[in-house]
Design a protein around this ligand. Structure first.
Ligand SMILES: O=P(O)(O)OC[C@H]1O[C@H](O[C@H]2O[C@H](CO)[C@@H](O)[C@H](O)[C@H]2O)[C@H](O)[C@@H](O)[C@@H]1O
Ligand SMILES: O=c1ccn([C@@H]2O[C@H](COP(=O)(O)OP(=O)(O)O)[C@@H](O)[C@H]2O)c(=O)[nH]1
Length: 472
């Protein structure tokens, strides 16, 4: 078995030797990397002045080498803030109106991918398996192939893939597809994303369908498949059980007194539907006055990508909206919305999910949404809370016990909150058990193993020469 080489924009390097990795993806990939030995390569998150970043830094942890490269300030601006987060992110989240195309940013995106390839290629051994993550690094396989790298390379897209007309509106869509065709396997979060991708190839007439998810594009053969990401379900459930005794969680519980807690946890991102959610909560309070002073809605929203103008605007809008609703609906002894604009540790989040009666996860569009899965994993089996989930989150394709909503429908979401709060214990248990069973089976290790098996099997099939009548 070859080593595993993981490449992602951000690398979750453990702060100190022996520290547990931060999140589900890190847990799963660290486990696979420790088992096989390997490299986790990516951006250090730092920018350095000058025209060329200094050589990459290496950090060894057991069988894993973390290899981190700085980028120049121009690289960060053009590649990360510019093309990745102002073109690909809005396009993939169906927000054509927010995409800002620029040749400079596009050039920066391809330049950083080339830099990654040049810094990674000397570290690759012939039987290594490479696994590239997310929209920041679509052209990486092409750049590596240009340098003669013939290894098996898989790609997983963590965000949605929109319908063909949305993708085709992006001026450089052909280059992006050409980049993808150099991977052996392209993984998507849901069947909808895969259908959209296959639909785009068919509509543009640029790839031949070979069956069983395989395609041929200008002589390149690749497979596209669904591999929805999971969480570390069992350990997250255990963490939640312990976390209710955590002093921060206890204080939060005491401070809401006997009110029911409704919780939302999202990066501050326009894709998460935060203003629409706050509006729906207000509508709920107006439509169901019996709940006044009986509920507290806690929204935890760490800042994200603040250098991107759309995110800065969003930050103001969400804060103003929460303030407006509190001003309009609050009383001397009740603040309906608690808005926390900073990051909260996962061990505390786990406890907060568990003491909440309702999890509100209502993105306008989301690749998967791990918060939805964590909320379910954290519940008390004897008295579980209810997940109110947007039909436009990838998680909605898997969690059929959630109360599904259309986040654009304010009244519908308001009614769903009321329904969740009044649901019988029996119905809550049944819904929760179905979702928990699914999450226990489809956890993040399952995701990791399934993707890597699919990748290696596809490569083996590719290696078998196709026997035609003429050559037989
Ligand atoms: O690295 P940042 O720019 O700070 O952004 C954080 C991450 O956001 C995105 O997450 C996505 O992946 C999740 C796991 O598969 C999925 O549940 C979620 O729906 C996606 O939005 C992004 O894709 C990551 O690369 C970023 O690191
Ligand atoms: O204050 C916070 C907010 C979020 N998260 C974690 O960040 C991840 C968010 O992932 P999700 O898929 O929901 O959305 P993304 O931010 O990746 O788009 C989840 O694991 C959360 O537990 C966290 O640790 N602290």
């Amino acid at each position: 078995m070859g080593r595993l080489v993981v490449i992602s924009n951000r690398v979750p390097v453990p702060a100190r030797s022996g520290d547990a990795p931060a999140g589900g993806l890190a847990v799963a990939l660290n486990a696979a990397l420790q088992e096989r030995g390997g490299i986790w390569f990516g951006w250090s998150g730092k920018s350095s002045p000058g025209a060329e970043p200094p050589p990459p830094r290496f950090q060894q942890q057991g069988n894993i080498s973390y290899v981190l490269t700085d980028l120049t300030e121009t690289d960060v601006e053009e590649y990360y803030h510019g093309f990745a987060n102002r073109v690909l992110w809005p396009i993939c989240h169906y927000r054509l109106d927010l995409a800002e195309y620029g040749r400079k940013e596009m050039a920066g995106y391809f330049r950083v991918n080339r830099l990654f390839a040049h810094r990674l290629a000397p570290l690759i051994q012939p039987d290594d398996i490479l696994w590239v993550h997310d929209y920041h690094l679509i052209p990486l396989a092409f750049e590596l192939r240009q340098m003669g790298i013939k290894n098996t390379i898989g790609f997983f897209l963590h965000i949605p893939w929109p319908p063909s007309d949305v993708i085709a509106a992006m001026p450089m869509h052909e280059e992006i597809i050409r980049g993808l065709s150099h991977y052996d396997l392209i993984g998507f979060q849901t069947d909808y994303d895969l259908d959209n991708f296959a639909g785009y190839l068919a509509r543009e007439g640029i790839a031949r369908k070979l069956g069983a998810g395989r395609f041929e594009y200008h002589g390149q053969h690749f497979k596209a498949a669904v591999h929805g990401i999971g969480i570390e379900t069992k350990s997250f459930a255990q963490m939640a059980q312990v976390a209710i005794s955590n002093s921060a969680v206890r204080k939060a519980r005491q401070s809401v007194e006997s009110r029911d807690l409704i919780i939302g946890v999202d990066r501050l991102d326009y894709s998460k539907g935060l203003t629409q959610r706050i509006d729906a909560f207000e509508r709920f309070l107006r439509a169901y006055p019996g709940y006044h002073n009986k509920v507290t809605y806690l929204q935890i929203t760490p800042k994200s990508r603040s250098e991107v103008p759309e995110y800065e605007t969003m930050q103001k809008m969400v804060a103003e909206e929460a303030g407006r609703v509190n001003g309009a609906m609050g009383t001397l002894d009740w603040v309906p919305i608690r808005y926390v604009n900073r990051s909260v540790g996962r061990h505390i989040l786990a406890g907060l999910y568990r003491i909440a009666r309702v999890g509100l996860v209502t993105p306008l569009r989301d690749g998967m949404n791990l918060v939805a899965k964590e909320f379910i994993a954290a519940q008390d089996p004897d008295n579980p809370g209810v997940l109110v989930l947007s039909r436009f989150a990838g998680a909605a394709r898997e969690l059929d016990g959630a109360v599904l909503v259309n986040p654009y429908d304010t009244e519908g979401t308001a009614n769903a909150i009321a329904r969740a709060l009044s649901m019988s214990l029996q119905e809550r248990r049944e819904r929760w058990q179905n979702m928990m069973n699914f999450l226990l089976h489809h956890d993040v290790s399952h995701w990791c193993d399934a993707f890597l098996n699919d990748l290696t099997q596809h490569k083996q099939i590719q290696a078998v020469p196709i026997v035609t009548k003429a050559s037989a």
